[in-house]
Design a protein around this ligand. Sequence first.
Ligand SMILES: [Zn+2]
Length: 502
Amino acid sequence: MFLTSLLFAVLPPQFAGFEEQDALSYEIDLSFDYEETFVEADVNMRFQLQSSSDRIWLHSTEGKKWSMEFFNAKNQKLETLRNGQLLEVLLGGELPKGSIVELRVHLSGTPPDGLYFEEGRHGEPVLFTDHFSSRARGWLPCEDHPSDRASFSVHVNVPKGWEFISSGLDEDGDGVWKTKTDLPTYMLAFAAAPWARIEEKGDPRLIPHFIYKKDKPRARLGLKHHAEWMQSMESTFGPYSWEKYCVVQVPTRWGGMENAGNTWIMERLFDGRDRGVGTLAHEFVHMWFGNAAGYGEWYEAWLSEGFATYFGPWLHAQVGGPPLRRSMEGSRRRWRSSSCSDIRPIRWKEFEAPDDFFSSSAPNTYQKAAWVLHMLRGELGDGAFFEGISNYYASISPGIATTPQFIEAMEASSGRKLGWFFEQWLDRPGCPQLSIRWEGESVFVEQLQEDLFRFRLPLQWTNGEGKRQKQVFEVRQRTHKFSLGSKVSAPAVDPDVELLYR
Ligand SMILES: [Zn+2]
C-alpha cells in the first residue's frame, strides 16, 4: 500500500488504488434475462477506513442502460459524485479511521462492460464475466485495483438446464459460492451456460470442466494432465491455494484467463494440434504465480506472466511438450522482434493503462520476464534457483508479492547479492548487443549498447585437436579478449540457448 503513494503523481487515478480504505467483502446476488440482456443485482460491500473520511471511493463505468443506487446499512439512499470512472459515495458525515462501512448497491439494466451476454461459437447462450485487467468496474462498482484483495460471495439465478461456475465453492449446496482466500477484483469470475462436463481424475481438487457440447471430443484430448501437474507444482513450489480447479470454455477476449480455481479458456483452444496443452499449463502455473503469490501494482505483472511463460513450458515439457530450450528460443525471437524491447523496461512505471502490459508491452511482461528467470537459473544453478522460488512462494502465498521480496528470497537461497542482476534486466530496457570476432586463438567480445550489462556468455568451438569445446565467459566490461588456447574452427555463440542478447 505504501508504494502506491509514490505513484499517485504519475498514475491516472482511475488505475490507482484508494489508500483511504480497505475493501473487505463483496456479496453479489444476481438475476438475468438472457434474451433481454438484462441484469438485476444487489451487492453488499464492506470497507474499512484507513483514515477518517466522509466517503467511499469506487471505480465504476457509466452506461446509458445501466443504473445504480447506493444505500447505507439503514437502507437510506446515498448521494454519489461521478468523475469519469471515479465514483464517490457520500456517507453523510465524517467517520473515524478504522470504521467499517457497509454499503448496498442496486444495479439494473445492461452492463456496459465486464459482464457479457454472448453467443458461443456453436450458438450456445453464455453469460460470463471477463474482468481482466480493469473491467470488473464495467458492471460492479468496486475498488478495482490488484493491491486490494477482498472476499466474495456470488449467487446467480440460472435457467433450468444451464450450468453455473464461480470463484470460490458452493459448499453448502445452496447456490451461494464463497471464496476462502481473498481475491483482487480482476480475478473474480462467474459464468453460466448449457455446457457439457468433462471429468479429469487423479486429484480431489479437480472438479468437472465446462466445455461446449460440440467441442467435447477434442477437449478430452487436451484435458488430461492436471493431476500430474498438480503433483509437480506442489512438490516443486508448495501447496495449491484454491478451493478447486476446472477450466471453462467461454468467448473470452484472452487466450486464457487464470481466474483463481476456474480458468477461462478461449473457444478455439482445443482446435490446434497440441489441443491447448501449452496454454493449459501456462494458466495452471498462474494458480501459484500471479494468483497465490500475486502482485499489487501493474508494473509488477512480470511476477505473474514471467513465471507462467517460463514454468508453463517447463510443465508442458514434463508431459511430452517441446523441450524448454525450444520455447526459450521462440520467446527470444518474439521479444527481439517486438517494438517495446529496446524502449521500455519490464517494470515500466510510465504506463497509461494496465492493458498496456498485456498488449503493446506484452513481449516484456511475458517473454523477456521468462528469460529473466531462465538466466537467473543459469546464474544460480538449479539448487538455489528452485529453493529460492519455493521459499518466496511460502513467504507470500496467499497474498501480494513485490520484486524486492523476490530478490530477497533469491539472495538468501544463493548467498549472493543480486541487485545488479535484477536492476539490469527488470528496470532497464533492452539487452546486450554484442559484436563477437573470432581471430586465431582468441575471441574478441564488445558490448555495443550504451549501458553495460554483466552476464555469462556461453561459447562453443572446435579446438586444434578437433575436439568440440564449450566454455562460459563472464562479461562485464565494454570489451574483452578471451584466449581459447588453440586455433578455433566452427565457432558458435550460445549453443544451448542461455542468454538474451542481440
Ligand atoms: Zn498468463
